[in-house]
Every structure is written in C-alpha cells, then in structure tokens.
Design a protein around this ligand. Sequence first.
Ligand SMILES: Cc1cc2nc3c(=O)[nH]c(=O)nc-3n(C[C@H](O)[C@H](O)[C@H](O)COP(=O)(O)OP(=O)(O)OC[C@H]3O[C@@H](n4cnc5c(N)ncnc54)[C@H](O)[C@@H]3O)c2cc1C
Length: 509
Amino acid sequence: MTAPLDVLVVGAGPTGLALAAQLRTYRADFRIVDRSLDRVHESRALGVQPRTLEALAGFGVTDELVARGNPAMRLRMHLPGRVVRMPLFDIGLADTAYPFLLFLSQAETESVLAEHLAGQDVALERGTELVHLERTGSSVSCRLRRGDGTEETVEARYVVGCDGAHSTVRAQAGIGFEGHAYPQTFLLADLDVDGLEAGAVHTYMTGSGMLFFFPLGSPAPWRVLAMRPPGAPQAEVTLGLLQEIADAYTGDRLVLRDPVWMTDFRLHNRGAAHHRSGPFFLAGDAAHIHSPAGAQGMNTGIQDALNLGWKLALVCDGRAPEELLETYEAERAPVGRSVLRFTDRAFTLATSGNPVIRFARTRLAPRLAPLALRASGPRGLVFRTVSELGIHYRRSPATTGGSRPPRRGPRAGDRLPDLPRGLQARTAGPGWHLLLSGPPALWSDEPLASVVRGRDDLVGVHRLGGKSPWPSVAHGLVRPDGYFGYVSRGAHLEGLREYLDHWLPAQQG
Ligand SMILES: Cc1cc2nc3c(=O)[nH]c(=O)nc-3n(C[C@H](O)[C@H](O)[C@H](O)COP(=O)(O)OP(=O)(O)OC[C@H]3O[C@@H](n4cnc5c(N)ncnc54)[C@H](O)[C@@H]3O)c2cc1C
C-alpha cells in the first residue's frame, strides 16, 4: 500500500494559492485541486493590506504585486456641502516597508501567485472537484472527480479546505457555519468614471446609505459599490441603474461608462465553529465570510494560509510535534472572530436606517472627521488594525515570553517589525531566525551552536548589533510566519533551548 499524501489543499483561490506556496517552500508532499477550469478573472477583492504584502515578500512576489497595483493613500469623504480629505494610511506604519493599502484586483493577485507556483513546478490540478471525504484510520480518503466524470481516491493525512464560502470540506467535516445574512443587496461594477479625482477612494454618505468609488486600474479604472436603494425592484444591474444611483448621491456630477463587470450580491457574516477538526482544517472564506468593509476578506484568508502551511510541513516531516497544529485554531480563530465583529460594526454604521446611526453618519461624521484627523493616537490604532499589522499571537501556546521579557521592543507573539528597515528582508529566507541584540562579541559561537545543533538547517542566526528592534541585550526567535515564538532579555540561552526542544526538537545523528 502506498503511503498517504501529506496534505490535500482543496481550492486554488488566494488562500489555497498562498498555502501551496508555503508548502512548496518547505518541500511538503501535497496536491492542490480546484473544481474550476480557470482562475477567477473578476476583480472581487481589491485591497491588499500591508501585512499581506510583508508576508508574501518571502516568496518574492510582493514587488510584482506593487508594480501591478495602485498604492493610493488618500480618502475623500463627500459630505453634504463639503469634502473631507483624509490620508488612507499615514501614521502608525513606520515599521513596515509597505505603508499603504495596495489597490489591485483579486484576479491580478491570483495571477501573480499562480505564476510563482508555476515557476516552482507546482501543478494546480484544475477541473478537479473534491466530492467526498471519509476518515479511514489515521488518514482521510478523499474522492476527487474530474470534469470528464472520472474519479480518483486519494489518501491524505490532512485536508485543508480553502474552498470558499460553500466549503465542501467544512460540510463533510461537520463543522457549523453560524451567522446571518444582511437584508440589503449591493451593486458592484468595474468601469470608467468621468469627473472623479484620480488616485483616491471616494465615499458619498447620505441618510439612506453610502456610495463608494475605489481606484482599480485593471480591468477598469474604477470599482463602484452601492447599496440597492431600499424598496427598489431587484432588477438586473445595468449602467443606467448605476448612473441613477450615482446621480442621487453626487448631484449629476459624474458620468459612469464602459463597464467590464457588473453584479449584485448579498452579504453575510458567518464564522466556522472551528478552524480545525481532526485532520480537517479550514482557511479563508471557508472559515469566515463578512462584508468587504475594511478590505479584510482575502487578506485574512492569505494570512490563515501562511499561519498553517509551515506548521503542516514541519509536522508531516517529523520535525515538529503534532501539538504545533493545535496552535492554528488557537491563533487564527480569534483573528477570524475579531474580523467578523469589526466588519459587522463598520457595515452597520455605513448602512443602517436606524435614526441614531443615520444621524451619526450624516451629521456627526462631518464634524468629527476633522477632529479625528488631528487625533493621531486613535487614528494610528485604526490604521494598525485595518492594515493587519496589529495582529499578534501573544496568548498562543506556541509563543513564550521567557522568564525575562525585554522591557521595550517586540514581545513573544508579536510580528517582527521592519524596523530598523531591512530586518524583514534579512530574515525572509525559509525557517526560523534567531535574532541577537547587543554587542556581537557577546554572542560567542559555541553556546549558540550548542542550542542550534540538530536543527541548524532550520534556524538562521543573526547578530544584529545595534540594528535591532530591542534597545538592550536581548534575543528573539522568529517563526517561519514572521512572528516571534520566543523573546527574552539578556544573553542566557537556556529558555530558548527549552522552547526549541519543545517546538523544534533536535535531530539525532
Ligand atoms: C462580488 C464579490 C466582491 C468581493 N469584494 C471584496 C472586496 O472588495 N474585498 C475583500 O477583501 N473581499 C472581497 N470579496 C471576497 C473575496 O473575494 C474572498 O474573501 C476571497 O476570494 C477568499 O478567498 P478564498 O481563497 O478563501 O476563497 P475563494 O476565492 O472563494 O476560492 C475558493 C476556491 O475553491 C474552489 N472550490 C470550491 N469548492 C470546491 C471543491 N469541492 N473542490 C475543489 N475546488 C473547490 C473554487 O472553485 C474556488 O476557486 C468579494 C467577493 C465577491 C464574490
């Protein structure tokens, strides 16, 4: 009998593609299947967050994403009688090389990731649908069906459902997907617009809702998003209907033309009861769906994938304990819940017909926006949340502060900042990275070699001297996903050794 495949990835949307890229980096034994014959060509998600750009930089694709996209950084809030000008991101982002929200269509993001995988000789098995899963002893029997009706059964140790909102993996694993649908219908189109200032996001607010224009570039210069007016018939989306809505908000100032994609949809707010059940994992839309407020959907999915891929690869390779896989749920489920909460609040604020919220939207917002512009503290906090740079895993069992956490600088569970600039690039290679702060002579070779021995193929050592994120002598171990697993003040390495012995045991011989 042949040994089971280590990982079957179901779905080649942005989540599945990112997962495949990381599994490939660690030379995992995996396959990736998708029932569609071709990738998505519609724009869909159009904002790539700073944290996603950082996380994808390790695959060498971020420069290409930035080159294809539009790093617009301005927001124009069109209020009755005035326009409030705000930067989209301007503070709280000193520690990233990507201090902007990149506007890029999901089709382009997927195309860049798929090209990367092709360059790494990863076969995307398109036209191949997962139809049935069954646990068989220590593995899972996965029935795949191709477009011509032929079937294949694959045994796999783990199955990751990156198969979107209607996830087959989630259903077959019996994982609930609770939440609600919003009553409103939304209209969306990619098109050209005359009369809009380029390079900015435009929002129009009224008592009945909001209208948005986002700079896109490809496949069209603009994305328009609007709520179908309450009471309007559920008619097909046409350019005429969109123009009528735009006129109502903007007073005939804009001309909409040349649409390349028009659709309508309803939004949901739902989360999977678990991100993992035995050998089944859920990532991306399979685990959480919500409104596009704040451009979190695709980004959260990609970051789910990059939290999970290296864990699966190291566990399957026998380099890390099974227990490491439990930390996926512990780390990513709270992130998913917080995105559901945040997007729900933002959605309610933007659309509610409740008189108090309407008043806040149309009367208070115009007065508060300029004040908010001056209050750097809250503004910085909002930017760090939306940019996803603020995500941390401080409460995870796989992150440990040691007995002497540094008084200042990043702590265990925090993301590795790109400050001093270049730190992330220096540690972008696969594996774990041990960062040593303080005079380089303090860190003699033998104690370091003794801690790293038996896992030196997976742990890089960096003497940072004064170019470190800590102002004093300290050491920190960065995990493959760019978060600190271990951080301690001083130069005693015993706590680090214990951490490594637990999560990355030394290989014998
Ligand atoms: C109209 C629209 C507009 C959107 N706008 C935004 C936005 O502005 N901002 C934002 O952040 N997000 C937006 N989203 C959401 C965003 O597109 C998703 O969050 C993102 O696509 C999630 O990626 P994913 O890889 O998890 O899932 P998906 O992109 O849904 O990919 C799932 C893949 O799994 C495959 N699959 C499904 N079932 C099976 C099976 N049984 N076997 C094999 N393959 C299977 C599918 O073919 C698909 O390729 C929008 C979505 C839509 C529909």
